[in-house]
Design a protein around this ligand. Structure first.
Ligand SMILES: [Zn+2]
Length: 328
């Protein structure tokens, strides 16, 4: 994995409930050199730091202990990231420069506030760009977290990639139900399974209905998330889109989980991402076409409580207003 053309380091946020297998997965990824020239940050909510030796294969490692990085430990995480970026900027040799930062969150962390902390920091926003939110789901214990813990559901909802661990310890029909439930909670995430950190092929799971999860306290309507695909018509330019998006996120802050898409602008192709209501500084993509999951000028809004047509109509409305304003 390389840094983006804008030179920022790419950040992977690794989440998942306590005991879901985050460290095992990360250790394997480092072993197979998936994250080259990476700095690994391990966050522990408890005072006792983990056994750093577990991650001995990473190039660099730091532990933020005694405080979860999404709340109590956030300020310390930010200052550590600043130090890392500062050192990175002083490295002249491109071949030695750190490319990737992997943050293994504590099992109690919601990844979204961590992404927001990076975006909101005036220094980090220029040095770090979110690459992916990977969330581990333990097939044996996931149900407890999904049924009763708002945090367990938030972690699943915000993920780009869900990796199910301990799949071999449950019956196939149970696994099929878990996959269906995860797909229902977050239809836009990719879902795979891993054993001891490496990806495994699963037998055909067959069809299963997702489990109907109870409404939890503090979580409003629990309609399922769905991805709405919106293509930016010829009348929508970057400025109009930016205004529309900020209005949408303001009005629907509780409903929108993610926004992703590639937009052509005079400055080049921009990869745009938002996690909940926090929009990342867009990443300039090489032109033409690096491998990308999205078509140009299409954005995907993942959320609940609205319809795709409503979003399309409101964007068209903004575009018409803008055209009206620019008439002499
Ligand atoms: Zn926290």
């Amino acid at each position: 994995m390389t840094h983006g053309p804008d030179g920022r380091a790419r950040a992977t946020i690794l989440g998942g409930f306590l005991g879901s297998g985050k460290t095992t997965w990360l250790r394997h990824q480092l072993h197979v050199r998936r994250f080259e020239r990476a700095f690994v940050i391990v966050n522990e909510a408890a005072r006792t730091p983990i056994d750093d030796a577990l991650l001995g294969e990473s190039h660099r490692l730091a532990v933020v202990a005694d405080g979860c990085a999404c709340c109590d430990g956030k300020a310390r995480l930010v200052s550590l990231l600043r130090e890392i970026c500062d050192e990175r900027s002083r490295t002249d040799s491109r071949s030695e420069r750190l490319e990737h930062i992997v943050i293994e969150t504590s099992g109690l962390a919601d990844p979204a506030p961590i992404v927001a902390a990076i975006r909101d920091d005036p220094v980090l926003v220029h040095h770090v760009v979110l690459s992916e939110i990977v969330v581990m789901v333990d097939a044996v214990n996931a149900w407890v977290h999904l049924r009763s813990e708002p945090l367990g559901r938030r972690q699943v909802e915000v993920a780009d990639r869900l990796i199910v661990t301990k799949a071999e310890e449950v019956e196939t029909h149970e696994l099929a139900r878990l996959f269906a439930t995860l797909k229902h909670l977050n239809p836009a995430a990719s879902i795979s399974a891993a054993t001891w950190g490496s990806e495994v092929e699963l037998p055909p799971l067959g069809r299963a209905a997702p489990e109907v999860l109870p409404t939890l306290e503090g979580m409003s309507q629990r309609l399922p998330l769905f991805p709405a695909s919106i293509s930016l018509g010829p009348n929508v330019d970057w400025t109009v889109f930016a205004v529309w998006l900020s209005a949408l996120l303001h009005a629907r802050s509780g409903d929108v989980m993610r926004v992703k898409g590639v937009i052509r602008t005079p400055a080049g192709r921009l990869l745009l991402q938002a996690v909940r209501c926090v929009v990342q500084a867009p990443e300039i993509l090489p032109d033409p076409g690096k491998d990308c999951d999205f078509d140009d000028d299409t954005i995907v809004v993942i959320g609940r409580g609205y319809r795709e047509e409503e979003l399309t109509r409101s964007l068209e409305y903004f575009a018409r207003m803008e055209q009206g304003n620019s008439k002499p």
